[in-house]
Design a protein around this ligand. Structure first.
Ligand code: UGA
Length: 313
């Protein structure tokens, strides 16, 4: 079985590609190594993949891909994106629309020509915005509160309409704040770890009482694999970790596991930040026969071990 993983040098894409290779897939990994964060870190994410004989790396922008690279693929895992909720305002929105909306449309357009088993799109909890009652379930009308969320939702709609009109077998997975080894360096836990180990102040946006349904990377990867083999088509599915906690509590846990004492600096709440997230995963249980296995403490322990092993040397 051959598949394509876009964003294969990123946090989720690299873990997914690794697992696919372990399971015997031939993986074509596409990534343009954008400078949103250090391409050096992305190169490191690729290292173990590149040693694998069933892995082919194509360093290219999705907008420059041709059918030649996609031909023969049975599944496309579209993990590439311009990520980051808080950075998507102002002039940078142009890059978000290009990378998240236009690139997805081009990829879907090419996928019309393939005999795909599934097109899995990495969507986001940020499509929901601030909902009046939790948990968030897929039937709610999405109302993103960040420009980033708008682009992720627009791409979900594109996935739907390419399914509806052309039968491209798309499914959108709404990942909820993913964490674990190789987490992106702009995300909360990675920033907190960097500050803890270097003795710098930890910046908390707002009162720190915002909550997140944190999802461990391994759970995200298994849900993604299940979706490729599932019956799901033309729909969105929540993938949440079941570990909803206040940010400040998560920080305490991280500090405890690392044996460091945090020095906290409070900053203003950031525009575009959702106050609370919690996934209703009834659909994922039913359609994917999936549920999260890793609790926050266990996942954070693995994250701390990785950070000490890979990031402090
Ligand atoms: C994360 C990812 O960054 C998005 O790419 C993804 O689409 C989204 O999850 C999702 O659920 O789909 P976010 O929930 O903002 O977005 O995750 P973090 O960057 O880990 O931030 C979590 C919370 O910590 C936010 O409220 C943020 O404001 C706060 N934070 C972050 C701080 O207080 N200080 C920091 O230094 C960083």
């Amino acid at each position: 079985m051959k598949c394509v993983v876009t964003g294969c040098a990123g946090f989720i894409g690299s873990h997914l590609a690794e697992r696919l290779l372990q399971e015997g897939w031939k993986v074509v990994g596409v990534d343009s190594l954008t400078p949103y964060y250090s391409p050096e870190l992305k190169r490191r994410n690729l290292a173990s993949l590149e040693r694998h004989e069933s892995f082919e790396f194509i360093k290219r922008d999705i907008l420059e891909l041709s059918m030649r690279e996609l031909r023969g693929a049975e599944v496309v895992f579209h993990e590439a994106a311009q990520p980051g909720v808080r950075a998507s305002w102002g002039e940078s929105f142009a890059e978000y629309t290009r990378a998240n909306v236009l690139a997805t449309q081009r990829l879907l357009e090419m996928c019309r020509e393939l005999e795909l088993q599934k097109f899995v799109y990495a969507s986001s909890s940020s499509v929901y915005g601030d909902v009046s009652t939790l948990p968030m379930h897929e039937a709610l009308l999405p109302k993103p509160v960040s420009p980033y969320g708008v682009t992720k939702l627009a791409a979900e709609h594109l996935c739907y309409l390419y399914w509806k009109n052309y039968g491209v077998p798309t499914v959108s997975l709404r990942y909820f704040t993913v964490y674990g080894p190789r987490q992106r360096p702009d995300m909360a836990f990675h920033r907190f770890a960097r500050a803890l180990y270097s003795g710098e102040e930890i910046q908390i946006y707002g009162d720190g009482r915002q909550t997140r349904d944190f999802t461990f990377i391994r759970d995200v990867v298994s849900a993604t694999l299940r979706s490729a083999e599932s019956e799901a088509e033309g729909e969105a599915i929540n993938i949440g970790g079941g570990s909803r906690v206040e940010l400040i509590q998560a920080l305490e846990l991280l500090a405890e596991l690392s044996g460091k004492t945090p020095r906290i600096k409070r900053l203003e709440r950031q525009h575009g930040d959702v106050r609370d997230t919690l996934a209703d995963i009834t659909r994922a249980r039913r359609i994917l026969n999936w549920k999260p296995e890793v609790r926050l403490e266990e996942g954070l322990r693995e994250f701390v071990e990785w950070y000490e092993r890979e990031m402090l040397t």
